[in-house]
Design a binder for this molecule. Structure first.
Ligand SMILES: C[S@@+](CC[C@H](N)C(=O)[O-])C[C@H]1O[C@@H](n2cnc3c(N)ncnc32)[C@H](O)[C@@H]1O
Length: 217
């Protein structure tokens, strides 16, 4: 099997690699950063996306937001194996965000959830360009963000994360602008349970799609 190198800010060996154990990761995330999918389902209510891809799908807990077929891609073999056993009606692929093994414009939406902070700015831009290539309509970014009134416990938890590139909402906006041909059609925030993580959500529409719609193609 081909082994993918991790992006330079994703430290899979942190804590002796124990967070690569799916069940431990699940307990850890649900007790400190829980009920995320519920918030995202609410935010995505107005949008239609029958065929979706999640890049950096982990255990595929966000597959709950799907409105049709869901494909998850991750560069952790353990997570992909766990998710494919649990969600039999979904498709899972072991791969890297920087080289998505899919043809152009095959997904209605590509989700990038809780993963951007595992990427350097360069890797994030590269991954977004790949997502723009394979999406015929939306890219949805959901990631933890820093905020001015962030308390010490929250800062401590962000500091313990395997992803080491935490950003502000403005930083994420700047990255989106660098990628280009993406229009922000919705922007929201929510705090996950029990309140230590603030999530910034951006729904982006791929501009080439908007052009085709205007031209009636
Ligand atoms: C914090 S987890 C988020 C998982 C899932 N999206 C969720 O929110 O439950 C980040 C995920 O990104 C994956 N990841 C990190 N770098 C990646 C890369 N270069 N390509 C694909 N997946 C990557 C990790 O293996 C991990 O599963």
């Amino acid at each position: 099997m081909r082994k993918f190198s991790t992006s330079e800010t994703d430290i899979k060996s942190k804590w002796g690699g124990i967070l690569e154990w799916p069940l431990l990761s699940k307990v850890h995330r649900n007790s400190l950063d829980g009920r995320k999918a519920t918030h995202l389902i609410r935010i995505l209510k107005p949008f239609d996306f029958p065929v979706m891809l999640e890049v950096g799908c982990g255990l595929a807990e966000y597959s709950a937001v799907r409105k049709g077929h869901y494909t998850g891609l991750d560069n952790s073999f353990h997570y992909v194996r766990f998710a494919s056993r649990k969600y039999k009606d979904c498709t899972f692929v072991y791969g890297d965000a920087s080289h998505l093994p899919f043809q152009d414009s095959v997904y209605d939406a590509v989700l990038f959830a809780c993963t951007a902070h595992h990427f350097s700015d360069e890797s994030f831009v590269k991954a977004l360009k790949e997502m723009r290539r394979v999406s015929r309509r939306y890219i949805i970014i959901d990631d933890q963000v820093e905020w001015p009134a962030q308390n010490r416990v929250s800062k401590f938890l962000y500091g313990m994360d395997r992803g080491t590139n935490n950003r502000t909402l403005k930083d994420v906006e700047d990255i989106i602008a660098r990628v280009g041909q993406l229009k922000v059609v919705a922007r929201d925030t929510y705090k996950s349970f029990p309140g230590f993580y603030l999530h910034g959500v951006f729904v982006l529409e791929v501009v080439s799609h908007l052009k085709e719609k205007r031209e009636g193609l």
